[in-house]
Write a protein that binds this ligand. Structure first.
Ligand code: GLN
Ligand code: ZN
Length: 774
């Protein structure tokens, strides 16, 4: 039996990579320092894995920005617009690399960055390769070879990790019409051949080719490509030992295909899909070994050793322990680095911490699982098994996790809890009467600029430099100014501005039972950006109202309506580490009930318009088509549970910010929010056609300007967009708003933009009235 690891977090346990690259970008440090920090992180990671007793240690899992961008540089897939960066002799390969990742505005150049998108269903974002018809590739960066050599210099023999040729192409995008990127395979393969040749020349024994697409829905063409590519590679490299890594899904209908590929080891994700083990064992040819991805690479929970050992035993019983490898389910890129750095017991209680494992701890688990699967495990390993059993047992029974009241309430949920009293057509009339809003009502998405001053005060409160009353007084003033100013420019539905919130999920997590936080649980989101997700460890409940005081305060300042502002259950779930001892849908419903109570309390406090944000609902979509419907059903239901406790004449809004709604329109409509505000100014209202074609029944606020840019839109251009909108959607259904929250903007541009937006809505009203009169 062997152990191996698919990849280790490369941000550094103290986020060294973030710090050095940001310093470099702002010109505060030199090129050599960046390289040195990279080198230090790699060294630290390799030694750590060696000390953990891991047999197969990865190299080329390090990246200064993104592993897919690394691959683009390796195969020379460098879009033409970056060629001036290469031609300038002052630039290094790293400058080119960062220009592709982040764009380049210097030396008279102004080049846009490459696109970024989500890495499968994780919160990691990769740089999308750009392909052109008949594109040629050539070995450009020798990173894979250099890093292997670097590790060997340190006395560590590694297994280079390389994104497989099919996954690499499938991750990319055609930048011109008239071809499919898989047609580039024949051009691309020679570069893979060259890389592997060079590795062989260095006596590399093992390489890991990552092909997560093999676990997704594949067309017949793609399946055939898998068979032929791996056959070719094998013919060229009869002796090279290949680990083919799949993850994030089960192999399902691709099982026999995967087992037929001429590779030495097949890695499967047994955390996502433990049920695939039997079928894979059945299909596995005699000369192939199996890598069991058994330690969760994407969550922060301790492994359940007994459960894992049962699976391992089944596998060894079936094909013999010599053919079994033990590993994390996927790269540990998606876990925080080291639980030992969590030393503050008021932030993370020891009782909860004992249930957790970060990347470093997960490697130890892999090591232990191998030892415990052996004939005579050492006494120390058996002691760790015992400790693991106790931790697992305590999670099953701990009062911190299990709240009978919550479970009971969940058990008695009925379909009617997810239904408003009356259908939208009825609600709509009641709401119009109660709210008295004009045609084309104007509003914003919730947050106003989080100025350095706002952030400074929050930091001061955290450090105890100002008291809570002092902080609250400051927030009151900010809110007051925001309300005054919204009244002045004439917005119809006001917001309080969210000045009191650090983050739209954290703010709620901090006030809900069942959530905890970490000091250093950082995970890379993209480039130098890291997030520290809340941890949902137990039954979720709400002890006190979370937003009512600020909403009531804001409403008390004005005779206009102030919109209550909440984050929806699916988004809270999606942006947290979620407990793995019950289905995600159940946890989501618990959050939904907590939000429902908040919605009802807001209504009681006189708030008649309440927005429940669900920007992440689409992100939760399962990778396999066959699972999507089930997810959408429970996700939509959770939203409806959160929204359905109010009277008919209370208006529920929702907000979403990703523009691919075409395939889930039916479910968005099923959310039955009275009003949905969506991002669509960048796609010039194309999205609206989707809503129009579907005959979306409820009210819609298509964002009329892009808040991601500091640019101030003119009244005229917003009128054009609104005219486009009212050409396809009846005017009575339309709202006027920016396309997302304004917290990242400055006040100056925000004020100008919103004043112009209000004017645009006024123009639209005038036009409609003259039409009616005329
Ligand atoms: N209400 C939130 C805000 O305005 C919504 C943020 C989001 O859509 N991501 O900031
Ligand atoms: Zn948004």
């Amino acid at each position: 039996m062997q152990t191996h690891n698919l990849g280790y977090p490369r941000i550094g346990s103290r986020r060294e990579l973030k710090k050095i690259s940001e310093e470099y970008w702002s010109g505060k440090t030199g090129y050599k320092n960046v390289l040195q920090v990279g080198k230090n992180i790699r060294r630290e990671n390799w030694l750590l894995q060696k000390n953990a007793g891991i047999d197969g240690i990865p190299s080329n899992d390090f990246s200064f920005y993104d592993q897919v961008l690394d691959m683009s540089l390796t195969v020379g897939a460098i879009p033409e617009r970056y060629h001036p960066v290469i031609l300038n002799k002052d630039n290094t390969e790293l400058d080119l690399y960062f220009a592709m990742a982040r764009g380049c505005q210097k030396d008279g150049l102004d080049i846009t960055a490459m696109e970024m998108t989500k890495w499968f269903d994780t919160n990691y974002h990769y740089i999308v390769p750009e392909f052109r018809k008949n594109q040629q590739f050539k070995l450009f960066s020798t990173k894979i070879i250099d890093e292997y050599y670097e590790a060997r210099q340190l006395g560590i023999t590694t297994k280079p990790v390389i994104i497989g040729p099919l996954t690499y192409l499938l991750l990319g995008k055609e930048k011109e019409a008239g071809f499919h990127r898989l047609e580039l395979l024949d051009n691309l393969l020679p570069v893979y051949t060259e890389v592997l040749k060079r590795l062989e020349a260095l006596h590399v024994e093992w390489v890991q080719l990552d092909e997560p697409f093999l676990a997704l829905d594949l067309s017949e063409k793609e399946k055939a490509a898998y068979a032929s590519v791996y056959k070719k590679l094998r013919q060229q490299f009869p002796r090279l030992k290949i680990i083919l890594a799949t993850y994030f899904e089960g192999l399902r209908d691709n099982t026999s295909l995967a087992a037929s590929l001429p590779v030495n080891v097949l890695h499967i994700d047994l955390v996502r899909s433990p049920q695939q083990l039997d079928a894979v064992l059945d299909a596995l040819p005699e000369k192939m070994s199996l890598s069991l991805g058994i330690v969760d690479g994407r969550n922060i929970w301790k492994n359940d050793f007994d459960q894992s050992l049962t699976l391992i035993k089944k596998a060894t019983g079936s094909i013999g322990s010599e053919r079994i490898w033990i590993a994390p389910s996927c790269s540990l890129l998606h876990s925080p680095c080291d639980l030992e750095l969590e030393t503050n017991e008021t932030i993370l209680k020891p009782e909860i911490k004992q249930w957790m494992a970060f990347a470093k701890q997960k490697l130890h688990e892999v090591f232990l699982l191998k030892q415990l699967s052996g004939d005579e495990p050492a006494a120390s390993c058996l002691r760790e098994l015992e400790a693991n059993r106790q931790a697992v047992q305590s999670r099953k029974t701990s009062k911190l996790i299990h709240n009978q009241e919550v479970k009971q309430r969940l058990a008695t949920l009925t379909d009617s809890d997810a239904e408003r009293e009356s259908p939208f057509a009825v609600r709509r009339q009641l709401q119009h009467k109660a709210l008295g809003l004009p045609l084309f009502p104007t509003t914003t998405i919730g947050s106003f600029p989080q100025t350095p001053e706002v952030r400074r005060r929050r930091a001061q409160l955290k450090k105890g430099e100002i008291t809570l009353p002092e902080y609250n007084h400051f927030i009151e003033q900010e809110t007051q100014q925001a309300i005054r100013w919204q009244e002045e420019i004439g917005l119809d539905v006001l917001v309080h501005g969210e000045f009191e919130r650090n983050d739209m999920v954290e703010y709620f997590g901090e006030q809900l039972d069942g959530f905890t936080f970490t000091q250093n649980g950082w995970v890379q989101s993209y480039g130098s950006r890291c997030v520290k997700p809340p941890v949902i460890y137990g039954d979720v409940s709400r002890t006190d109202a979370m937003t009512v005081a600020w909403a009531r305060y804001a409403q008390s300042l004005t005779s206009k309506w102030v919109k209550g502002m909440l984050t929806g259950p699916v988004t809270i779930l999606q942006w947290s580490f979620v407990r793995n001892d019950q289905p995600r849908s159940e946890t989501c419903n618990q959050i939904a009930l907590a939000i429902r109570d908040e919605v009802c309390d807001l209504e009681k406090a006189g708030i008649r318009i309440i927005q429940i944000d669900e920007p992440a609902i689409r992100e939760g979509l399962p990778l396999r088509q066959a699972d999507r419907e089930a997810y959408l059903n429970w996700a939509v239901k959770a939203f409806r549970i959160s929204a359905s406790g109010v009277q008919d004449d209370t208006q529920i809004h929702t907000h979403m910010c990703y523009s691919e709604f075409n395939d889930i329109m039916e479910h968005i409509a099923a959310m039955d929010a009275d009003v949905i505000t969506i991002e669509c100014s960048r796609s010039q209202m194309e999205l609206l056609d989707t809503f129009a074609d579907f005959k979306y029944p409820n009210e819609i606020g298509p964002g009329v300007y892009d808040i991601h840019s500091p640019r101030v839109p003119s009244k005229e251009e917003m009128v054009v967009l609104l005219e486009k909108a009212s050409a396809v959607i009846p005017a009575e259904q339309l709202w006027v708003n920016p396309d997302c929250g304004l917290k990242t903007r400055g006040w100056n541009e925000t004020q100008q933009a919103l004043a112009a937006m209000v004017e645009a809505a006024r123009d639209m009203r005038k036009a409609v009235t003259t039409q009616v009169v005329g």
